[in-house]
Design a protein around this ligand. Structure first.
Ligand code: ZN
Length: 69
């Protein structure tokens, strides 16, 4: 099985690095939701717009957005 984002071999949905990035993303969204009324999609777009987002996180966000539409 290959990571859904890159082509690395993995036994789960994502490779180790993208898995970590995905976890961070979900965790951050929980905090975000408490402070702001933000949809998952809006949140992901914010992540992409934020120049300080890490490369891995961006790739995961991009992938997740593509899955929404
Ligand atoms: Zn990957």
């Amino acid at each position: 099985m290959k990571c859904k984002i890159c082509t690395k071999e993995t036994t789960t949905e994502y490779c180790e690095l993208h898995q970590k990035a995905h976890e961070n993303l979900v965790q951050k969204y929980d905090n975000w939701k408490k402070a702001l009324e933000t949809s998952w999609e809006e949140y992901l777009n914010e992540i992409l717009k934020n120049q300080y987002s890490g490369v891995w996180v961006r790739e995961v966000a991009k992938y997740l957005i593509s899955q929404i539409k």
